[in-house]
Every structure is written in structure tokens, then in C-alpha cells.
Design a protein around this ligand. Structure first.
Ligand code: IPM
Ligand code: MG
Length: 373
């Protein structure tokens, strides 16, 4: 197959983790005889530096003409600490989501036995954790009216949802929950005891539920959900929620996996789909070759699935698991005995190309290890 992929490296660790995904994708192309054409485009702080605009029109154009988009991360501390900044890198990502109508953000949460020790939770609670958060991505408080009064003493962020906005992501989530490989359970996370928008969500979801009789639905207030994700994460199969609640609980849920650096995501839209790790730009690690590339590589695996390349996706996921099981991990996972971002990328590439057979030459790999003593 021949596919055009838009690549947005972004800021901070974005370029270095995305570079590892491209390596892995090239290995997949070689092994399975595909052709991936990459078009690099700008977004975020790097785009502001170069063009003054966090999302140049050209980037939207390239994305619209691509089969899929691979994105790294955006954000820069110089904007985080300046609440008066007129342009911000995040505006680029939000505008891209809105322009491409990427309304459904899918964030799968799994645990890895090899990483259980990293979680603050007990191993027992981490067994068989396998759920996915469907986060609405183009509505709610993120995109409502924003105001700051003249003497800068009063601010407003409005939260609005329409029935149609709720319906389209609800269908996506119900459809997913009804798949035979899932457990046919959907939990709507809201704050219907307080918010009008949440009450609309409940009403719409109750109506849609009638079309999916096989899916058992339950409703949970977001404050309780935040607690349940920690005390009993096994209970969840598909979580459906609005934009800001989804942002917050997905970072929280990443703690179950052991590292935020591991988690991939897909943002499904009307005309194309974007794949990105859920971690941020992690500026403190930028350029040091220490960031975890697995969130990005697993996002690339989700992209392969979306492009209909299931066998290829499985192989990439198996390669990622293999690194974790063999303790080839980055600094976020093992601060003493860690491997570099590029080494992990290389190992996964070698695995995909079938160059890693049975016994790994530990000694050679040791040489590629960091030397923190
Ligand atoms: C995410 C991020 C973004 C969000 C930021 C960078 C705007 O936190 O994708 O979860 O809040 O949606
Ligand atoms: Mg977030």
C-alpha cells in the first residue's frame, strides 16, 4: 500500500520521539512492501518562531490531503509562564482539531506486568486493566466564549454542547463498546448533578443507548470516576466523556500504566485521523535523547490499524512489549539503568525487521545504554 502521512514534530521532545516512529514505520514499509510518503509541517512554538502563527494554513492543507497525521507534542515554558502571551502554541493544536473536526479522541489504557512496580497502586489492582477513554475533542469549555474584563479582574470560559456534538462521539463509543473483543460496557462520565451540559449528555446518551441493546450503560460523576479509576480500574471498559473531563482523567489513568510516556492516542475526525502520544512536550528532556518514544511508536501502531494494516500494527506492539519485558526502557521507567530514546527506537526497528532472534546479545545492547553511575 502507498500512504501519504503528514508529520507534525512540534516542540520539546516531539521531534525526537516522532523520529523513532518514522524509523519504525520505515521498517514496516520495508518488511511489508508498503510506501509511506511523509510531508513535514509546522505547528506549535516552533511554528510561532518561524512564521508568527502556531498553525500555518499550509499545515492544515497538507493534513487535509493526507491519509493520516502523526503528531509529536507542543508547548514551550516561555508561554506557560506568561499568561499575557497573545499567541500560544496550544492554539495551534486546538485550531487543528477544530479545522479537521477531530471530534473523538481515543485513549486506550493498559497495564504491563513488567512495569507494575512503577505504579503507586498495588499489583492486584492493576491486573486485567483494559479500558479506553473516548474524549470529545472539539467542543465544551475548550472552545466556548472566552472573556477577560477591561480591568482584568473577571474572566469567563463558557461551556456549550449541542445534541449533534454529543451524538457523533456517543455513536463512536457505543459502536466500539459493542465489538466482540470488548466487554460491552460503557460508562458516561459527567457532572450531571451540577452542570446543564452534563444533563444534556445524559439525555442524549440514554436515547442512543436504545440503539445498542447489547451495551450495558452506567453513569458516573467525574469526581467519583477520578476516585474509581484509582481504586477499582478493572470495572471500566469504555469511558465516554466531554472534553475537559477527558483531558483530566486520561492523565490520571496513565498512572495505571506506569508512565505517561507510554500512552498513545488517536483523534478521529470527519476526513482524516491524527495520532499522537498523550504526553506533552516535556521541555526539560528536549534534545537529551532520554524521552520515552513508546507513546509515539504505539500511536504509529494505532495509525497502522486505522490504515488497515493489522498484522503490521500487531508486530509493532509486540516489539514495544518485547522492549519492556526485557527491561530496555527509558529514564522515566528506570532512572538508573536506562537506554536512550534512539536506542529504544533502534531495537524496535530491528525487531520489526526480524533482526532480533531468540537470544539478544545483551552485551552489545549494554553498550548502547546510558552510563549513569
Ligand atoms: C492533551 C493536551 C492538550 C489538551 C493541550 C496541549 C492543549 O493536554 O492533548 O491532552 O488539553 O487537550
Ligand atoms: Mg492533556
Amino acid at each position: 500500500m502507498k500512504k501519504n502521512i503528514a508529520v507534525i514534530n512540534g516542540d520539546g521532545i516531539g521531534p525526537e520521539v516522532t523520529a523513532q516512529s518514522i524509523r519504525v514505520l520505515n521498517a514496516v514499509a520495508e518488511r511489508f512492501n508498503h510506501e509511506f510518503n511523509y510531508t513535514y509541517c509546522l505547528m506549535g512554538a516552533c511554528a510561532i518562531d518561524e512564521t508568527g502563527n502556531p498553525l500555518p494554513d499550509e499545515t492544515i492543507e497538507v493534513c487535509l490531503n493526507s491519509d493520516a497525521i502523526l503528531f509529536g507534542a507542543i508547548g514551550h515554558p516561555k508561554y506557560d509562564n506568561d499568561p499575557t502571551a497573545k499567541v500560544r502554541p496550544e492554539q495551534g493544536l486546538l485550531k487543528l482539531r477544530k479545522s479537521l473536526q477531530l471530534y473523538g479522541n481515543l485513549r486506550p489504557i493498559n497495564t504491563y506486568p513488567a512495569l507494575e512496580h512503577l505504579s503507586p497502586l498495588k499489583a492486584k489492582q492493576l491486573e486485567n486493566v483494559d479500558f479506553i477513554i473516548f474524549r470529545e475533542l472539539t467542543g465544551g469549555i475548550y472552545f466556548g466564549k472566552k472573556e477577560l474584563n477591561d480591568d482584568k479582574t473577571k474572566a469567563l470560559d463558557e461551556c456549550t454542547y449541542t445534541k449533534e456534538e454529543i451524538e457523533r462521539i456517543a455513536h463512536l463509543a457505543f459502536h466500539f463498546a459493542s465489538k466482540p473483543e470488548r466487554r460491552q460496557k460503557l460508562t458516561l462520565v459527567d457532572k450531571a448533578n451540577v452542570l446543564e451540559t452534563s444533563r444534556l449528555w445524559r439525555k442524549v446518551v440514554q436515547e442512543i443507548a436504545l440503539q445498542y441493546p447489547d451495551v450495558k450503560v452506567d453513569y458516573m460523576f467525574v469526581d467519583n470516576a477520578a476516585m474509581q479509576i484509582i481504586i477499582n480500574p478493572q470495572q471500566f471498559d469504555v469511558i465516554l466523556t466531554e472534553n475537559m473531563f477527558g483531558d483530566i482523567i486520561s492523565d490520571e489513568a496513565s498512572v495505571l500504566s506506569g508512565s505517561l510516556g507510554l500512552l498513545p492516542s488517536a483523534s478521529v475526525g470527519v476526513c482524516t485521523t491524527l495520532f499522537e502520544p498523550i504526553h506533552g512536550s516535556y521541555p526539560q528532556a528536549a534534545g537529551k535523547d532520554i524521552a520515552n518514544p513508546l507513546g509515539s511508536i504505539l500511536s504509529a501502531a494505532l495509525m497502522l490499524e486505522y490504515l488497515g494494516m493489522n498484522e503490521e500494527a500487531k508486530l509493532v506492539k509486540a516489539a514495544c512489549n518485547w522492549t519492556l519485558q526485557n527491561k530496555f526502557v527509558t529514564k522515566d521507567i528506570d532512572p538508573i539503568n536506562f537506554y536512550f530514546t534512539s536506542t529504544i527506537g533502534e531495537l524496535i526497528t530491528d525487531f520489526v525487521l526480524g533482526k532480533i532472534t531468540g537470544d539478544v546479545n545483551q552485551e552489545n545492547i549494554q553498550l548502547r545504554k546510558s552510563t549513569i553511575i
